[in-house]
Write a protein that binds this ligand. Sequence first.
Ligand SMILES: *Cc1c(COP(=O)(O)O)cnc(C)c1O
Length: 466
Amino acid sequence: MTATNLLQTGEIGASVPEQGRPFRVYTQRDLDRITAIRHLPADQRFAMKVVSTVLPFRVNEYVIERLIDWANVPDDPIFQLTFPQPGMLSPEHYAQVADLLRRDASSNIGPSTVEAELDATVARIREELNPHPAGQRELNTPRLPNGDVVTGLQHKYRETVLFFPSQGQTCHAYCSFCFRWAQFVGDKELRIATNEAEGLHAYLRQHRCVTDLLVTGGDPMVMKTRHLETYLEPLLHRDFDHVQTIRLGTKALSFWPYRFVTDPDSDALLALLERLVAAGKHVALMAHFNHWREMDTDICERAIERIRATGAEVRSQGPLLAHINDDPDAWAPLWRQQVRLGVIPYYMFVERDTGAHHHFKVPLVRAWEVYREAIQQVSGLARTVRGPSMSAGPGKVEITGVTEVAGEKVFVLRFLQARNPDWVNRPFFAQFDPQATWLDELKPAFGESEFFFEGEYRERWTGLLH
Ligand SMILES: *Cc1c(COP(=O)(O)O)cnc(C)c1O
Protein backbone atom coordinates (compact mmCIF):
# COMPACT_ATOMS: atom_id res chain seq x y z
CA MET A 1 0.00 0.00 0.00
CA THR A 2 1.39 3.41 -0.89
CA ALA A 3 1.76 6.29 1.51
CA THR A 4 -1.14 8.05 -0.16
CA ASN A 5 -3.41 5.11 0.37
CA LEU A 6 -2.42 4.79 3.98
CA LEU A 7 -3.32 8.40 4.65
CA GLN A 8 -6.56 8.26 2.71
CA THR A 9 -7.85 5.18 4.43
CA GLY A 10 -6.86 6.66 7.75
CA GLU A 11 -4.86 3.55 8.50
CA ILE A 12 -1.81 5.51 9.59
CA GLY A 13 -3.91 7.15 12.24
CA ALA A 14 -5.72 3.95 13.18
CA SER A 15 -3.37 2.62 15.84
CA VAL A 16 -2.35 5.76 17.67
CA PRO A 17 -0.47 4.42 20.69
CA GLU A 18 -1.87 7.01 23.03
CA GLN A 19 -4.75 9.43 22.91
CA GLY A 20 -4.21 12.98 21.88
CA ARG A 21 -3.82 15.35 24.78
CA PRO A 22 -4.86 18.97 25.10
CA PHE A 23 -1.98 21.35 24.56
CA ARG A 24 -1.33 22.93 27.97
CA VAL A 25 1.43 25.48 28.20
CA TYR A 26 3.12 27.27 31.12
CA THR A 27 5.06 30.53 31.01
CA GLN A 28 6.81 32.70 33.59
CA ARG A 29 3.53 33.87 35.13
CA ASP A 30 2.45 30.23 35.67
CA LEU A 31 5.62 29.01 37.42
CA ASP A 32 3.76 28.65 40.73
CA ARG A 33 1.12 26.48 39.06
CA ILE A 34 3.53 23.80 37.83
CA THR A 35 2.94 20.93 40.26
CA ALA A 36 6.15 19.15 39.31
CA ILE A 37 8.37 21.93 40.68
CA ARG A 38 6.46 22.62 43.90
CA HIS A 39 8.72 20.29 45.87
CA LEU A 40 11.89 22.06 44.70
CA PRO A 41 13.64 24.29 47.25
CA ALA A 42 12.22 27.83 47.43
CA ASP A 43 15.50 29.45 46.40
CA GLN A 44 15.62 27.31 43.26
CA ARG A 45 12.09 28.35 42.33
CA PHE A 46 12.94 31.99 43.00
CA ALA A 47 15.97 31.63 40.71
CA MET A 48 13.66 30.38 37.95
CA LYS A 49 11.56 33.49 38.38
CA VAL A 50 14.61 35.77 38.21
CA VAL A 51 16.04 34.19 35.07
CA SER A 52 12.70 33.97 33.27
CA THR A 53 12.14 37.68 33.89
CA VAL A 54 14.96 38.28 31.40
CA LEU A 55 15.03 35.22 29.15
CA PRO A 56 11.95 33.58 27.63
CA PHE A 57 10.41 30.54 29.32
CA ARG A 58 7.66 28.31 27.99
CA VAL A 59 7.08 24.65 28.68
CA ASN A 60 4.16 22.31 28.11
CA GLU A 61 2.64 19.38 29.93
CA TYR A 62 4.05 16.77 27.53
CA VAL A 63 7.60 17.98 28.19
CA ILE A 64 6.95 18.02 31.94
CA GLU A 65 5.26 14.63 32.13
CA ARG A 66 6.95 12.60 29.42
CA LEU A 67 10.41 14.03 28.75
CA ILE A 68 11.77 15.23 32.09
CA ASP A 69 12.96 12.64 34.59
CA TRP A 70 12.03 14.41 37.82
CA ALA A 71 14.02 11.94 39.94
CA ASN A 72 17.14 13.36 38.27
CA VAL A 73 16.38 17.08 38.61
CA PRO A 74 18.26 19.46 38.38
CA ASP A 75 20.81 17.43 36.35
CA ASP A 76 18.25 15.99 33.95
CA PRO A 77 19.20 17.21 30.43
CA ILE A 78 15.61 17.92 29.38
CA PHE A 79 15.02 19.91 32.59
CA GLN A 80 18.17 21.91 31.77
CA LEU A 81 16.94 22.31 28.20
CA THR A 82 13.61 23.86 29.15
CA PHE A 83 13.66 25.27 32.71
CA PRO A 84 15.56 28.45 33.64
CA GLN A 85 18.77 27.81 35.60
CA PRO A 86 20.49 30.27 37.97
CA GLY A 87 23.77 30.20 35.99
CA MET A 88 22.06 31.50 32.86
CA LEU A 89 22.47 35.10 34.02
CA SER A 90 25.82 36.56 35.08
CA PRO A 91 26.08 37.10 38.88
CA GLU A 92 25.74 40.89 38.39
CA HIS A 93 22.64 40.64 36.16
CA TYR A 94 21.16 38.04 38.48
CA ALA A 95 21.67 40.22 41.58
CA GLN A 96 20.12 43.26 39.89
CA VAL A 97 16.95 41.44 38.88
CA ALA A 98 16.66 39.43 42.11
CA ASP A 99 16.93 42.61 44.17
CA LEU A 100 14.19 44.34 42.17
CA LEU A 101 11.89 41.31 42.34
CA ARG A 102 12.32 41.14 46.13
CA ARG A 103 11.64 44.86 46.48
CA ASP A 104 8.63 44.54 44.19
CA ALA A 105 7.22 41.70 46.32
CA SER A 106 7.72 43.53 49.64
CA SER A 107 6.80 46.96 48.38
CA ASN A 108 3.73 48.53 49.97
CA ILE A 109 4.17 52.04 48.60
CA GLY A 110 2.61 51.15 45.27
CA PRO A 111 4.65 48.80 43.11
CA SER A 112 4.73 50.97 40.00
CA THR A 113 8.13 52.62 40.58
CA VAL A 114 9.81 49.28 41.24
CA GLU A 115 8.11 47.77 38.21
CA ALA A 116 9.30 50.61 35.98
CA GLU A 117 12.84 50.15 37.25
CA LEU A 118 12.56 46.40 36.69
CA ASP A 119 11.40 46.90 33.10
CA ALA A 120 14.27 49.28 32.37
CA THR A 121 16.82 46.96 33.98
CA VAL A 122 15.53 43.94 32.06
CA ALA A 123 15.63 45.87 28.77
CA ARG A 124 19.21 46.98 29.42
CA ILE A 125 20.35 43.44 30.34
CA ARG A 126 18.75 42.02 27.19
CA GLU A 127 20.64 44.57 25.09
CA GLU A 128 23.87 43.39 26.73
CA LEU A 129 23.21 39.77 25.77
CA ASN A 130 23.93 40.23 22.03
CA PRO A 131 20.30 39.76 20.96
CA HIS A 132 21.15 39.78 17.23
CA PRO A 133 23.99 37.34 16.65
CA ALA A 134 25.62 37.20 13.21
CA GLY A 135 23.85 40.36 12.06
CA GLN A 136 20.38 38.78 12.16
CA ARG A 137 18.65 42.15 11.95
CA GLU A 138 20.82 43.57 9.16
CA LEU A 139 20.22 40.47 7.08
CA ASN A 140 16.52 41.01 7.20
CA THR A 141 16.27 43.43 4.27
CA PRO A 142 15.94 41.65 0.93
CA ARG A 143 14.22 43.91 -1.62
CA LEU A 144 12.05 43.47 -4.68
CA PRO A 145 13.15 45.23 -7.91
CA ASN A 146 10.66 48.06 -7.16
CA GLY A 147 12.57 48.74 -3.95
CA ASP A 148 10.02 47.25 -1.55
CA VAL A 149 11.59 45.54 1.44
CA VAL A 150 10.39 41.95 1.84
CA THR A 151 9.90 41.45 5.56
CA GLY A 152 10.36 38.04 7.13
CA LEU A 153 12.97 36.87 4.63
CA GLN A 154 16.70 36.23 4.95
CA HIS A 155 18.78 35.47 1.89
CA LYS A 156 22.31 34.82 3.06
CA TYR A 157 23.44 31.89 0.91
CA ARG A 158 22.80 31.96 -2.84
CA GLU A 159 20.59 28.88 -3.11
CA THR A 160 18.63 29.10 0.14
CA VAL A 161 16.05 31.58 1.39
CA LEU A 162 14.89 31.59 4.99
CA PHE A 163 11.28 32.56 5.62
CA PHE A 164 9.85 33.52 9.04
CA PRO A 165 6.04 33.37 8.85
CA SER A 166 4.38 35.66 11.39
CA GLN A 167 2.05 32.92 12.67
CA GLY A 168 5.08 30.79 13.47
CA GLN A 169 6.66 33.20 15.92
CA THR A 170 6.55 30.90 18.90
CA CYS A 171 7.30 27.26 19.75
CA HIS A 172 5.48 24.51 21.61
CA ALA A 173 8.04 25.07 24.38
CA TYR A 174 11.21 27.18 24.47
CA CYS A 175 14.77 25.91 24.57
CA SER A 176 16.67 27.61 27.37
CA PHE A 177 19.62 28.18 25.00
CA CYS A 178 17.67 29.46 22.00
CA PHE A 179 19.70 31.82 19.79
CA ARG A 180 16.45 33.45 18.65
CA TRP A 181 15.42 34.17 22.26
CA ALA A 182 15.14 37.92 21.56
CA GLN A 183 12.05 37.48 19.41
CA PHE A 184 10.23 35.67 22.23
CA VAL A 185 10.58 38.36 24.91
CA GLY A 186 7.75 40.40 23.50
CA ASP A 187 9.74 43.27 22.03
CA LYS A 188 8.08 43.88 18.67
CA GLU A 189 11.16 45.56 17.31
CA LEU A 190 13.15 42.38 17.83
CA ARG A 191 10.83 40.30 15.73
CA ILE A 192 11.53 38.98 12.29
CA ALA A 193 8.11 38.34 10.85
CA THR A 194 5.69 38.84 8.02
CA ASN A 195 2.05 38.35 7.29
CA GLU A 196 2.69 38.52 3.63
CA ALA A 197 2.80 35.38 1.57
CA GLU A 198 2.86 37.65 -1.50
CA GLY A 199 6.24 39.12 -0.58
CA LEU A 200 7.69 35.64 -0.31
CA HIS A 201 6.23 34.50 -3.61
CA ALA A 202 7.24 37.66 -5.47
CA TYR A 203 10.79 37.34 -4.19
CA LEU A 204 11.05 33.66 -5.12
CA ARG A 205 9.60 34.30 -8.56
CA GLN A 206 12.34 36.84 -9.23
CA HIS A 207 15.23 34.82 -7.82
CA ARG A 208 15.70 31.75 -9.97
CA CYS A 209 18.97 30.94 -8.17
CA VAL A 210 16.96 29.91 -5.11
CA THR A 211 16.53 26.13 -5.04
CA ASP A 212 15.76 25.81 -1.34
CA LEU A 213 13.10 27.46 0.77
CA LEU A 214 13.62 27.05 4.49
CA VAL A 215 10.56 27.91 6.58
CA THR A 216 11.60 28.64 10.13
CA GLY A 217 10.58 30.74 13.16
CA GLY A 218 9.94 30.21 16.02
CA ASP A 219 8.48 26.98 14.82
CA PRO A 220 6.33 26.88 11.68
CA MET A 221 4.65 23.76 13.09
CA VAL A 222 2.76 25.89 15.65
CA MET A 223 0.87 27.31 12.65
CA LYS A 224 -2.48 25.97 11.63
CA THR A 225 -2.23 23.86 8.50
CA ARG A 226 -4.39 26.32 6.56
CA HIS A 227 -1.77 29.06 7.11
CA LEU A 228 1.02 26.77 5.96
CA GLU A 229 -1.06 26.05 2.87
CA THR A 230 -1.23 29.77 2.06
CA TYR A 231 2.55 29.90 1.96
CA LEU A 232 3.37 26.55 0.40
CA GLU A 233 0.51 25.53 -1.92
CA PRO A 234 1.25 28.29 -4.50
CA LEU A 235 4.78 26.87 -4.88
CA LEU A 236 3.23 24.03 -6.86
CA HIS A 237 2.78 26.45 -9.78
CA ARG A 238 5.42 26.15 -12.51
CA ASP A 239 6.65 29.68 -11.76
CA PHE A 240 8.36 28.04 -8.80
CA ASP A 241 9.87 25.01 -10.51
CA HIS A 242 13.32 26.27 -9.48
CA VAL A 243 12.34 25.91 -5.79
CA GLN A 244 13.08 22.20 -5.56
CA THR A 245 13.40 21.79 -1.83
CA ILE A 246 11.11 22.89 0.96
CA ARG A 247 12.53 22.57 4.44
CA LEU A 248 10.48 23.10 7.60
CA GLY A 249 12.58 23.81 10.67
CA THR A 250 10.88 22.42 13.76
CA LYS A 251 11.25 21.32 17.35
CA ALA A 252 7.74 19.84 17.36
CA LEU A 253 8.94 16.21 17.14
CA SER A 254 10.58 16.83 20.47
CA PHE A 255 8.19 19.25 22.20
CA TRP A 256 4.84 18.35 20.63
CA PRO A 257 4.81 15.23 18.38
CA TYR A 258 0.99 15.23 18.62
CA ARG A 259 1.16 17.93 15.93
CA PHE A 260 1.66 15.12 13.43
CA VAL A 261 -0.55 12.47 15.02
CA THR A 262 -3.62 13.61 16.95
CA ASP A 263 -3.98 17.41 16.57
CA PRO A 264 -7.21 18.25 14.71
CA ASP A 265 -5.40 19.37 11.54
CA SER A 266 -2.58 16.82 11.63
CA ASP A 267 -4.07 14.79 8.77
CA ALA A 268 -4.42 17.96 6.71
CA LEU A 269 -0.78 18.80 7.45
CA LEU A 270 0.40 15.40 6.26
CA ALA A 271 -1.80 15.65 3.18
CA LEU A 272 -0.13 19.00 2.36
CA LEU A 273 3.33 17.44 2.66
CA GLU A 274 2.14 14.62 0.45
CA ARG A 275 0.89 17.01 -2.27
CA LEU A 276 4.22 18.83 -2.29
CA VAL A 277 6.09 15.54 -2.58
CA ALA A 278 3.76 14.28 -5.32
CA ALA A 279 4.43 17.49 -7.29
CA GLY A 280 8.14 16.66 -7.27
CA LYS A 281 9.39 18.82 -4.42
CA HIS A 282 11.90 17.49 -1.95
CA VAL A 283 10.25 18.10 1.42
CA ALA A 284 12.40 17.88 4.54
CA LEU A 285 11.45 18.38 8.16
CA MET A 286 14.56 19.78 9.78
CA ALA A 287 14.01 18.39 13.25
CA HIS A 288 15.81 19.96 16.17
CA PHE A 289 17.01 17.32 18.65
CA ASN A 290 19.56 17.70 21.43
CA HIS A 291 19.36 14.43 23.31
CA TRP A 292 18.30 10.85 22.61
CA ARG A 293 15.74 11.10 25.42
CA GLU A 294 13.65 13.46 23.30
CA MET A 295 13.08 10.62 20.82
CA ASP A 296 12.33 8.01 23.43
CA THR A 297 8.52 8.17 23.36
CA ASP A 298 5.97 6.19 21.34
CA ILE A 299 4.31 9.35 20.15
CA CYS A 300 7.57 10.73 18.72
CA GLU A 301 8.22 7.47 16.85
CA ARG A 302 4.67 7.53 15.56
CA ALA A 303 5.04 11.11 14.35
CA ILE A 304 8.23 10.29 12.45
CA GLU A 305 6.58 7.25 10.90
CA ARG A 306 3.61 9.32 9.70
CA ILE A 307 5.78 12.11 8.26
CA ARG A 308 7.95 9.63 6.39
CA ALA A 309 4.86 7.90 5.00
CA THR A 310 4.11 11.11 3.09
CA GLY A 311 7.41 10.84 1.25
CA ALA A 312 8.94 13.74 3.18
CA GLU A 313 12.36 13.25 4.76
CA VAL A 314 13.22 14.00 8.35
CA ARG A 315 16.72 15.38 8.96
CA SER A 316 18.05 16.31 12.35
CA GLN A 317 20.22 19.09 13.71
CA GLY A 318 21.00 20.63 17.04
CA PRO A 319 23.59 22.51 19.05
CA LEU A 320 26.15 21.08 21.44
CA LEU A 321 25.55 22.49 24.94
CA ALA A 322 27.16 22.35 28.35
CA HIS A 323 24.77 20.84 30.96
CA ILE A 324 22.73 19.13 28.23
CA ASN A 325 24.75 17.13 25.72
CA ASP A 326 28.49 17.88 25.97
CA ASP A 327 29.17 14.17 26.01
CA PRO A 328 29.64 11.68 23.15
CA ASP A 329 27.27 9.31 24.97
CA ALA A 330 24.43 11.80 24.54
CA TRP A 331 25.00 12.02 20.77
CA ALA A 332 25.92 8.50 19.62
CA PRO A 333 22.62 6.94 20.86
CA LEU A 334 20.72 9.90 19.37
CA TRP A 335 22.19 9.34 15.91
CA ARG A 336 21.76 5.56 16.16
CA GLN A 337 18.12 5.97 17.12
CA GLN A 338 17.65 8.40 14.22
CA VAL A 339 19.05 5.97 11.66
CA ARG A 340 16.80 3.26 13.10
CA LEU A 341 13.73 5.47 12.60
CA GLY A 342 14.78 6.76 9.19
CA VAL A 343 15.85 10.23 10.35
CA ILE A 344 18.98 11.55 8.63
CA PRO A 345 21.57 13.19 10.93
CA TYR A 346 22.49 16.56 9.35
CA TYR A 347 24.27 19.19 11.50
CA MET A 348 25.85 19.45 14.94
CA PHE A 349 26.13 23.15 15.80
CA VAL A 350 28.28 25.11 18.20
CA GLU A 351 26.08 27.20 20.52
CA ARG A 352 25.94 30.82 19.35
CA ASP A 353 27.33 33.81 21.22
CA THR A 354 24.01 35.18 22.44
CA GLY A 355 21.71 35.05 25.47
CA ALA A 356 22.94 32.59 28.08
CA HIS A 357 25.99 31.70 25.97
CA HIS A 358 28.36 31.79 28.97
CA HIS A 359 26.23 29.06 30.62
CA PHE A 360 25.98 26.72 27.63
CA LYS A 361 29.23 27.38 25.79
CA VAL A 362 31.67 24.55 25.16
CA PRO A 363 35.30 25.18 24.08
CA LEU A 364 35.75 24.47 20.36
CA VAL A 365 38.37 21.84 21.11
CA ARG A 366 35.90 20.01 23.38
CA ALA A 367 33.17 20.28 20.76
CA TRP A 368 35.45 18.63 18.24
CA GLU A 369 36.33 15.85 20.73
CA VAL A 370 32.66 15.14 21.47
CA TYR A 371 31.84 15.00 17.76
CA ARG A 372 34.81 12.77 16.99
CA GLU A 373 34.20 10.37 19.87
CA ALA A 374 30.49 10.13 19.04
CA ILE A 375 31.09 9.58 15.31
CA GLN A 376 33.53 6.78 16.07
CA GLN A 377 30.74 4.89 17.86
CA VAL A 378 28.23 4.89 15.01
CA SER A 379 27.78 3.27 11.63
CA GLY A 380 28.64 5.07 8.42
CA LEU A 381 24.93 5.73 7.89
CA ALA A 382 24.92 8.03 10.92
CA ARG A 383 28.06 9.85 9.79
CA THR A 384 26.04 12.08 7.51
CA VAL A 385 26.06 14.55 10.39
CA ARG A 386 28.51 17.42 9.83
CA GLY A 387 30.06 19.59 12.47
CA PRO A 388 30.76 20.90 14.93
CA SER A 389 29.75 23.94 12.93
CA MET A 390 29.65 27.63 13.87
CA SER A 391 26.92 29.51 12.02
CA ALA A 392 28.66 32.89 11.96
CA GLY A 393 28.56 36.07 9.87
CA PRO A 394 30.78 34.82 6.99
CA GLY A 395 29.19 31.35 6.90
CA LYS A 396 29.07 27.97 8.56
CA VAL A 397 32.57 27.12 9.77
CA GLU A 398 33.35 23.52 10.65
CA ILE A 399 36.03 22.63 13.20
CA THR A 400 37.61 19.89 11.15
CA GLY A 401 40.18 19.07 13.80
CA VAL A 402 43.24 19.94 15.83
CA THR A 403 46.70 19.11 14.55
CA GLU A 404 50.26 20.35 14.34
CA VAL A 405 51.67 21.95 11.21
CA ALA A 406 55.34 22.94 11.00
CA GLY A 407 55.65 22.83 14.78
CA GLU A 408 52.56 24.98 15.44
CA LYS A 409 49.44 23.56 17.08
CA VAL A 410 46.43 24.65 15.02
CA PHE A 411 42.70 24.31 14.45
CA VAL A 412 41.89 23.07 10.96
CA LEU A 413 38.72 24.78 9.75
CA ARG A 414 36.58 24.93 6.61
CA PHE A 415 33.39 26.54 5.39
CA LEU A 416 30.45 24.16 4.94
CA GLN A 417 28.40 27.09 3.69
CA ALA A 418 29.60 30.62 2.89
CA ARG A 419 28.59 34.11 1.74
CA ASN A 420 30.80 33.49 -1.25
CA PRO A 421 30.36 29.89 -2.44
CA ASP A 422 33.99 29.95 -3.57
CA TRP A 423 35.13 29.90 0.09
CA VAL A 424 33.53 26.49 0.71
CA ASN A 425 35.78 23.51 1.42
CA ARG A 426 39.11 25.39 1.47
CA PRO A 427 40.90 24.25 4.62
CA PHE A 428 42.23 27.15 6.71
CA PHE A 429 44.07 27.36 10.00
CA ALA A 430 43.73 29.16 13.31
CA GLN A 431 46.09 29.25 16.28
CA PHE A 432 45.11 26.58 18.75
CA ASP A 433 43.34 28.13 21.74
CA PRO A 434 41.97 25.72 24.37
CA GLN A 435 39.51 28.35 25.66
CA ALA A 436 38.10 29.68 22.37
CA THR A 437 34.36 29.09 21.99
CA TRP A 438 33.53 31.12 18.86
CA LEU A 439 35.03 32.23 15.55
CA ASP A 440 35.73 35.82 16.65
CA GLU A 441 38.02 34.49 19.40
CA LEU A 442 40.26 32.71 16.88
CA LYS A 443 43.44 34.16 15.37
CA PRO A 444 44.98 33.06 12.08
CA ALA A 445 47.88 30.60 12.41
CA PHE A 446 51.42 30.99 11.04
CA GLY A 447 51.63 34.70 11.83
CA GLU A 448 49.07 35.67 9.15
CA SER A 449 47.29 38.95 9.86
CA GLU A 450 43.85 37.70 8.81
CA PHE A 451 41.93 34.69 7.47
CA PHE A 452 41.84 34.23 3.68
CA PHE A 453 38.23 35.42 3.32
CA GLU A 454 38.37 38.46 5.61
CA GLY A 455 39.35 41.11 3.07
CA GLU A 456 36.49 40.24 0.75
CA TYR A 457 34.09 39.79 3.66
CA ARG A 458 34.90 43.30 4.91
CA GLU A 459 34.43 44.80 1.47
CA ARG A 460 31.19 43.09 0.49
CA TRP A 461 29.57 42.42 3.87
CA THR A 462 29.95 43.63 7.47
CA GLY A 463 33.37 42.16 8.17
CA LEU A 464 32.28 41.15 11.68
CA LEU A 465 33.50 37.64 12.49
CA HIS A 466 30.74 36.82 15.00
C1 LIG B 1 22.31 26.96 7.65
C2 LIG B 1 21.69 28.04 6.89
C3 LIG B 1 21.12 27.79 5.64
C4 LIG B 1 21.12 26.41 5.03
O1 LIG B 1 22.42 25.95 4.74
P1 LIG B 1 22.63 24.44 4.32
O2 LIG B 1 24.11 24.24 4.37
O3 LIG B 1 22.06 24.29 2.97
O4 LIG B 1 21.93 23.62 5.33
C5 LIG B 1 20.57 28.86 4.97
N1 LIG B 1 20.56 30.11 5.46
C6 LIG B 1 21.10 30.40 6.65
C7 LIG B 1 21.09 31.81 7.15
C8 LIG B 1 21.68 29.38 7.42
O5 LIG B 1 22.20 29.67 8.61
